[in-house]
Design a binder for this molecule. Sequence first.
Ligand code: ADP
Ligand code: MG
Length: 226
Amino acid sequence: LKRELQHNEKVDAVSQLAASVTHEVKNPLTTVKGFLQILHEKDYLSDKDKSYLRLSIDELERAESIIQNYLSLSKPQKDPYGIVDISSVLQNLIKLLATYQQNIQLVTAVEPDLTVKGIKHEVQQVLLNIIKNGMEAMRDHPGQLYIKAMRRDSDVVITIKDQGKGIAKNDLKRIGEPYFTTKKNGTGLGMSVSFEIVKRMGGRITVHSELGYGTIFTIELPLTNL
Ligand code: ADP
Ligand code: MG
């Protein structure tokens, strides 16, 4: 028992250190991204220069998302749970994505006032991880991305459906396994972190996929009354 305790304390110290390091690395990344974005808007830049800046910004965003996912993985959030309005979180994400994405058609249906108990940035992270996977799956399979959220009995049901390349049967079993990725630059963190967060919130995520046709992620979370 004693050894176990010591071991846990060590793990705790390490993950706290990891959390504070990642936290501090985030700030300079955000600053650099901001300045690159300002540069990117200058008209005197050639298309080639603009494309270099775009790539740099994209890569910084990738680094930010990796750090954010590690942060969630390394340390269970201390933030107290509050009431999160899933409808407005989704609407904001959808607005953001609509300006960003060209070759994907967004189809959305989000009921208003769907509230759950949780931490807002964690809920955002789950939705963004799953939506981004859907978009990435459609990179060479242009199509529609459906984002729906509705009340069903005492749950909120969020469906994110893509018409991307789908998931092979053997890979389907491994979704959510930490570090499982089939992408060249993937981290395999997005889904495991999302499963963890949703589980902690008392909900669940299910996946249906058909190779060559697309994938449906369903997130169910217990509704809370305002
Ligand atoms: P990453 O996106 O960094 O690879 P994730 O944890 O987000 O890590 O996803 C793990 C793996 O699950 C992906 O590499 C991919 O193989 C598969 N996957 C997840 N979502 C989808 C999707 N919508 N369509 C196809 N494959 C998916
Ligand atoms: Mg991902």
